[in-house]
Design a binder for this molecule. Structure first.
Ligand code: PLP
Ligand code: COI
Length: 351
């Protein structure tokens, strides 16, 4: 049976005020949003309505105990203006994995997928057509139930908002390898897309920005010897012709871009290793001239090349590689996402 969604169209579209040729990232919002409440032990009928503020009791547990998780996805238009998603079920599954860890009730697949498809049908004109732009999709869930007792809430909201967006980073990024702070710990919530993971990154990232870097490279919380993630991206490092990325763990987000890149790199015949990588291995490679590339990978940032990094008061520049793996992999994955090439994996979902 098809999911029943209540639809309340906006009275006035804002689309004419948007400059689709100069889109920022994630700060212009489409006309509608989907909202669904979990109350009395059940998810209620989702509503698609005008993008608008939400009203919450000051004692809502989201404000006090941070029970909040999110996802990040994108919708694309191909040359024939078909609407495309990339591996959306992976986002759905990961949201519920995050939900389980944060004691938030699982969202049913029909509300997530059918709700998203309906929202994209209604706001279809908001999906950018320009190359390099897409509709960033932000599904999220949080504790709307109230009480100062430090225990899970009895009510939650699931919302999907969308934002026509351009690039996340303006250009290449310079990163600082973190020696003191950690974004995640064993047994913690690093593998989940919990809002608090990002809040905890802001302070160390600000310290890095003040030193002239754009992002922090997260190392393991125990020894700070192992390279784990690059800000809100998974990290890839090329030494000679081998591409290396860390294995996922309690501390590392199982990125959909990351696992797609691993598959594509293998299928392109690149030497691809998923293994732990130490800071000292990277420094040794930089000193020997064998460190070729570093890049971050994620939905928002796609593939973002790193131009240099700092570690223990020394800066290391990466060489400008002519035919970089970053550009080859970026082209391969974005061509696949936007229907410019065949999709041998079945990752692309046309609505
Ligand atoms: N790592 C972190 C901490 C992230 O927030 C993200 C963003 O979603 C990623 C990695 C990349 O994951 P994905 O490729 O699924 O977007
Ligand atoms: C994404 O890549 O979609 C993310 O969720 C990163 C975000 C913090 C901007």
């Amino acid at each position: 049976m098809a999911l029943h969604i209540e639809i309340q169209h906006t009275k006035k579209s804002k689309i004419d005020s948007v400059d689709f040729d100069n889109l920022p990232f994630g700060s212009v919002y489409s006309d509608h949003m989907l909202e669904c409440d979990f109350v009395n032990g059940a998810w209620k009928t989702p509503v698609i309505k005008a993008y608008s503020p939400i009203s919450l009791d000051p004692s809502s547990k989201i404000f006090h105990y941070g029970q909040s998780i999110f996802e990040g996805m994108k919708a694309y238009k191909d040359a024939d203006e078909n609407t495309l998603l990339f591996r959306p079920l992976e986002n759905f599954k990961r949201l519920n994995k995050s939900a389980e860890r944060l004691m938030i009730p699982a969202i049913p697949e029909s509300i997530f997928m059918d709700g998203l498809k309906k929202l994209l049908e209604i706001d279809n004109q908001w999906i950018p057509k320009n190359e390099g732009s897409s509709l960033y999709i932000r599904p999220f869930m949080f504790a709307s139930g109230n009480g100062f007792h430090a225990s899970p809430a009895d009510a939650y909201k699931f919302i999907i908002c969308t934002a026509p967006s351009g690039a996340y980073f303006a250009g290449e990024i310079k990163v600082l390898i973190e020696e003191k702070y950690a974004r995640a710990a064993n047994g913690g919530v690093g593998f989940a897309k919990a809002g608090g993971n990002y809040a905890a990154q802001f302070y160390p990232t600000q310290l890095a920005i003040e030193k002239g870097y754009n992002q922090v490279i997260w190392t393991d919380d125990n020894t700070h010897e192992y390279i784990e993630e690059a800000g809100a991206m998974n990290i890839f490092i090329r030494i000679n012709d081998t591409l290396i990325t860390s294995p996922t763990s309690d501390r590392i987000l199982d990125g959909i871009t990351r696992k797609s890149i691993i598959q594509i790199a293998n299928d392109l015949g690149l030497s691809m290793e998923v293994r732990k990588i130490t800071v000292s291995e990277v420094i040794t490679a930089a000193q020997a001239g064998s460190l070729q590339e570093m890049f971050g990978a994620g939905t928002a940032a796609v593939i973002s090349p790193i131009s240099g990094f700092g570690y223990q008061n020394t800066d290391y520049d990466l060489p400008k590689v002519a035919a970089s793996y970053a550009s080859l992999l970026k082209k391969t994955i974005t061509d696949l996402q936007t229907n410019k090439t065949e999709d041998p994996y079945g990752w692309r979902v046309q609505l």
